[in-house]
Design a protein around this ligand. Structure first.
Ligand SMILES: NC(=O)c1ccc[n+]([C@@H]2O[C@H](COP(=O)([O-])OP(=O)(O)OC[C@H]3O[C@@H](n4cnc5c(N)ncnc54)[C@H](O)[C@@H]3O)[C@@H](O)[C@H]2O)c1
Length: 381
């Protein structure tokens, strides 16, 4: 078993999710490379004890980011920090010659993303990917295989989205994720967009144009220190795109929703593909179930398939057992380590988001902002 020595910058929610995946690495049965956390860096020290109490491999604990980057014992870095820090930190990590797993949206805006991609271009020795885990749910892997096999025939329509209700309560205090300075103008598109775009982009479908409607539902929130503050990021977005499938040359509508104020939805990622020969549907609301319809000229029958633990990267978990968020995170990290070690993906859909896919994400999200501002259809690619 080879080891890739990791440092983490940003020891918040996602920094801990990565560490928990590392702790569960023994669940993976067929992988020949493992991550080891050797260094952690965060703005404040209060997050450190959870890491140091649980990971004896950690040798460096610092709030000094320059000191962290100078550590030769760190081969690769997971950076999970607010969006305004993506560009400076990702570029510094790559500039220090370290491999990078960045978080979405991979730059607070298109200019930041362009700068990160230029930095990657100057350092081809660095392996760089962007986090996006919903692709690894077994049903989504199965849909990916259907796309690879061209099972859908001509794609007629795609509906996809990511719905939260975390901001339904107008009294929920503002945090960095609702502040345009730290989270960016994209708002919900930056937070949730990459998760939704990932499958269509990986399928090779490209957005020709977009008409977007964005909503800022709660324009002011408690600031958490006794006052109130403006909340200027977009809460909800609906995008209607004309997509082109380069395989068949067909052009079809794709509707995408990213919403932080979606009543009744906690963390619902969904995907529906309707085609002339087959159709498929999945939602994390019913995470074990894939719905599939195959049309061969006779009855049109939706099948419901319980997916169990049919994962891209094999695990000790029994095949009948259900799959969840932390399993998807583990699979995503397995995909990163596999692609790093072998130079290729296990399969086209068993791979983390690429820098090029983040570029497409920014092209589409930037066009969506313009579309809403002008109330017009905007050309994307
Ligand atoms: N893949 C996913 O499902 C998913 C889910 C949530 C968030 N995210 C992404 O992860 C990233 C972080 O989000 P989070 O929810 O973990 O945020 P968080 O607020 O929980 O954690 C951010 C951490 O960054 C640290 N930090 C801030 N400035 C820093 C600096 N200059 N140097 C070092 N550390 C610094 C903070 O102290 C904090 O510990 C964002 O890009 C977000 O979009 C991804």
């Amino acid at each position: 078993m080879k080891t890739l020595r990791f440092g983490i910058i940003g020891c918040g929610l996602m920094g801990r999710e990565f560490a928990a995946a590392v702790a569960r690495w023994c669940c993976l049965t067929d992988i020949d490379t493992k991550p080891e956390i050797v260094a952690i860096c965060s703005r404040r020290g209060h997050a450190f004890p959870w890491f140091t109490n649980n990971f004896s491999s950690i040798r460096q604990v610092t709030t000094d980011y320059a000191e962290f980057l100078a550590n030769d014992a760190v081969d690769a870095v997971y950076v999970a920090v607010p969006h305004h820090l993506h560009q400076p930190i990702y570029c510094d990590v790559i500039g220090a010659g370290k491999h990078l797993m960045g978080e979405k949206p991979f730059g607070i805006d298109k200019a930041a993303n362009d700068t990160i991609l230029e930095s990657i271009g100057r350092h081809p020795e660095c392996f760089v990917r962007c986090s996006s885990e919903f692709l690894f749910f077994p049903a989504v892997q199965r849909i990916g295989a259907m796309i690879e096999e061209k099972a859908f025939g001509t794609v007629l329509e795609v509906n996809c989205g990511f719905l939260h209700s975390s901001d339904l309560d107008p009294q929920k205090p503002l945090n960095w994720k609702r502040n345009i300075e730290f989270n960016g103008e994209y708002g919900c598109l930056g937070d949730l967009g990459m998760h939704v775009y990932h499958v269509p982009f990986r399928a090779g479908w490209r957005p020709l144009n977009v008409r977007a409607i964005l909503s800022n539902v709660v324009a002011e929130r408690p600031d958490g220190i006794g006052g109130r503050a403006p909340c200027t990021t977009w809460d909800n977005a609906t995008l209607l795109c004309e997509m082109r499938d380069p395989v068949t040359g067909s052009v079809f509508p794709l509707t995408m929703k990213t919403e932080r104020i979606a009543p009744g939805e906690k963390n619902t990622w969904y995907l529906e593909i309707l085609g002339t020969r087959a159709s498929a549907r999945f939602s994390t609301k019913n995470a074990n179930m894939l719905e599939r319809l195959e049309y061969e000229g006779r009855e049109q029958t939706w099948q419901r398939i319980d997916m169990g633990h049919e994962t891209a990267f094999k695990t000790i978990t029994g095949a009948i057992f259900e799959f969840g968020f932390s399993d998807a995170i583990l699979q995503m990290w397995a995909a990163y380590l596999h692609e790093f070690a072998h130079g290729n993906r296990l399969s086209p859909f068993a791979g983390c988001a690429t820098p090029e896919e983040t570029r497409l994400q920014h092209a589409l999200s930037t066009a969506a902002l313009e579309s809403h501002r002008k109330r017009e259809l905007i050309t994307v690619l």
